[in-house]
Design a protein around this ligand. Sequence first.
Ligand code: ACO
Length: 427
Amino acid sequence: MSRTAHETPGVPEPRTAAGKNVVQAELAVSEPVMGRPAVAAADLAREGYLVYDPGLADTAICRSEITYIDGDAGILLYRGYPAQQVAEKCTFLQTAHLLTTGELPTGAQEERWLARIAASTLPANPVWGPLFDAMPAGTHPMAMLAAATSVMTSLAPDGASAIEQAGFDLLATMPALAAHAFARVEDRPRRPYDPSAGYVENFLHMCFGDSPVATDPAMVHALETLLVLHADHEQNCSTATLRLVSSSNAGFFSSVSAALSALWGPLHGGANQAVIEMLQAIRDDGGDLGKYVAKAKDRNDPFRLMGFGHRVYRTFDARARVIREVAREVCGKAAHDPLLDMALELEEIARNDEFFLERKLYPNVDFYSGLIYRAMGFPVEMFTALFAVGRAPGWIAHWTEAATAPERRIGRPAQLYTGPATRDLQF
Ligand code: ACO
């Protein structure tokens, strides 16, 4: 039987109002620049109480200046700028500069910034050949990225003092690692890294060689847009993981490796792979979308519409609108994809269905991104790795912010214990 707080010695008896136990306490309020104010949990702790918040949906784990989301209004700001504007006007590496330093670069700053990234020797390090060759066939690209970034700890200086260089190394190396993972998935030779080509062009060339996809301006633009729109998303599951791991003074690359593992899950970054697998499964089963919408609504059926719903957004995900248009353009150029028609039809059904409207479940960023990756020629296993390439600037920015935060403490959540009360062994 679980114990209630008021049975604990020293904890005041809560009063009852409207059928609820209530606690009265004076709580300090922190006002943000935008968004909900926060009360200090420590004040409640002094009264003898914990905050119970499974999923941390209503818990601010840090102060942050990097990204702001208004989930009700569908707004996403990078250092104050709407992400859609940034996607329209800035390159991925300019966005990385904005997120990690706080401002977009001037012309001279950008030149120096690009030169520092191009100067990283890590992407061409000889360790990658034997490491990727040693990965057993069938290893998921996200497992390869988590292993490879962990290995980077021994290739690059780590820790807070070397963080600036580590950031350049991560930006330079992530596309090379993703391209090596792709080569391993396809069991073909890796293509060399060429920093003199543009960032996206180099990556596409490492992935597709001389195929027209690698130089098609529409594909380059689509991938650049996707990378920008994935660059940061405040305290999501993987970034919160990165912060938690870093709070133990684990190094930068170890924290990134942990974040990659968190991103892999199908409820988070892995949803882009799960969406395509779901659409394909529905098609293989005869294409009856109504049947699968009914399954998603059935509380006794674990099936969910992948690519729908979001912890924070209660309207159309700010990024999903842009990505839907890019998907239409890219899929329009590539061979006709019947999964795009299904996706559009599914969106239409769900957006007119009481169940989804009541719960404010809209298509999220992953609903369309997979269709674009598919049109480019990436296999589904690669989709989350592409997300990860885009998320590198956010992880650099959050790791740096956490490492220098005045309120820095090791992350150590509490729990409501519901196991047996103290008892003695009876033998
Ligand atoms: N399909 C069907 N029902 C859903 C879905 C869905 N995709 N998402 C949420 N619901 C329902 C839940 O069953 C619940 O219903 P109930 O109130 O009747 O119990 C209600 O909506 C609220 O859902 P929660 O699980 O409490 O919402 P939460 O904020 O915890 O989860 C999540 C958010 C994980 C994104 C969820 O919506 C989901 O599983 N979506 C599918 C996976 C997905 O697309 N993930 C990618 C998110 S974007 C990203 O991380 C990059």
